[in-house]
Design a protein around this ligand. Structure first.
Ligand code: HEC
Ligand code: HEC
Length: 304
């Protein structure tokens, strides 16, 4: 486990234990364009390892060129999260992978089934041929190894006083104090894993109602999952709609008290930060950039 992450917080379903062979298979599937409907995209197309496992585009484009309704979120530290997506639509990484492929289970088997290298690995890992369930399990297993820790912040917490600059340390004090960010970006993974309305996009004519679309509960209107802030500086643009292009813009948004709307969280209020304080918060967020192991981020060899 990289420095700063907590193994006891991991979610690994009992029926999908992590094994090296399964993780290696999942990695190939995650990068392989052959599973997609017309062979043009893979998971990495919208979750780019070189861009903090998110998408540099405001919204992503599907294999047929149509835009996705929301911005692609990062995949780092999904190990610590059970429900997935901005609105918590998916119950697990397995569920997400089953439905992420933008295509039917039958087509998936048709596209991957004939590849000898996959058939051999599926036999070894699951004792079956290529199945949609196996594809989803292997991909989820690989995703659980995309871990970002050992950031300057973690080294500071571990006792290395010099790991954070004075500005970053001031930013940390604000993050936990006056700016109240820890109310929601809580704990070692900087998320409470729950849903809040901070007002993003609520000034649109037809706002995305987020968590409400899943629960149909009024108080969930415009609420989205608190994202982890680890590696955040690596993956602009930000928010479920990709509407903010810089961290300075994010801080200015919070400083104003978000966007007023009927369901705005009581924890989002004008903060009264001055220019130096806002800059310090940005420097602190930059100190959350960590390291993902090279064997996880390097492209795999594809089976034939
Ligand atoms: C066409 C672009 C695209 C492709 C390809 C794609 N994703 Fe996504 N992914 C998205 C978008 C957009 C979301 C956010 C959806 C939402 O929350 O409504 C998302 C969300 C997710 C999430 C939820 C993360 C979180 O923080 O809650 C996971 C996990 C995920 N994708 C895994 C995958 C896997 C595995 C694949 C390959 C099978 C894949 N994605 C392929 C665009 C894509
Ligand atoms: C009331 C809970 C809450 C508070 C307080 C809060 N956040 Fe957030 N934060 C969220 C939610 C929810 C989102 C996602 C909102 C969306 O996409 O519509 C988010 C998104 C973000 C993002 C974008 C991350 C990404 O991957 O797109 C950043 C950066 C961020 N917050 C930083 C902060 C900072 C810094 C503070 C303190 C000034 C703060 N937040 C206070 C709940 C909160």
């Amino acid at each position: 486990m990289p420095l700063g992450l907590q193994a006891q917080a991991a979610f690994v379903p009992a029926d999908n234990p992590l094994t090296p062979e399964k993780i290696a298979l999942g990695k190939q599937l995650f990068w392989d364009k052959r599973w997609s409907r017309n062979g043009t995209i893979a998971c990495v197309s919208c979750h780019d390892p070189a861009h903090g496992w998110a998408d540099a585009r405001t919204v992503s484009l599907r294999f047929d060129g149509t835009p996705t309704p929301r911005h692609s979120p990062t995949l780092v530290n999904r190990l610590f999260s059970d429900t997935q997506q901005w609105a918590g639509t998916r119950t697990s990484l397995e569920d997400q992978a089953m439905k992420a492929s933008d295509q039917t289970p039958e087509l998936l088997v048709k596209n991957l089934g004939p590849i000898e290298g996959y058939r051999v690995q599926f036999q070894k890992v699951f004792g079956t041929g290529v199945t949609p369930e196996g594809v989803a399990k292997a991909m989820a297993a690989y995703e659980r190894t995309i871990l970002s820790g050992n950031s300057p912040y973690d080294r500071f917490r571990a006792g290395d006083e010099k790991a954070l600059s004075p500005a970053a340390r001031r930013g940390l004090t604000l993050f936990e104090g006056k700016a109240r960010c820890v109310t929601c970006h809580a704990g070692f993974n900087f998320t409470d894993e729950t849903y809040h309305n901070i007002g993003v996009g609520m000034n649109r004519e037809k706002p995305d109602l987020g968590r409400f679309t899943v629960t149909k509960r009024d108080e969930h209107k415009g609420a989205f999952k608190t994202p982890t802030l680890r590696d955040v500086a690596k993956r602009p643009p930000f928010m479920h709609d990709g509407s903010m292009t810089s961290l300075a813009q994010v801080i200015a948004f919070y400083n104003e008290g978000g966007v007023k709307n009927e369901w705005l969280s009581g924890d989002v209020k004008p903060l009264g930060l001055n220019a130096t304080e806002m800059a310090d918060l940005v420097v602190f967020l930059e100190s959350l950039t960590g390291e993902v192991a090279r064997e996880v981020t390097s492209p795999p060899e594809f089976p034939k």
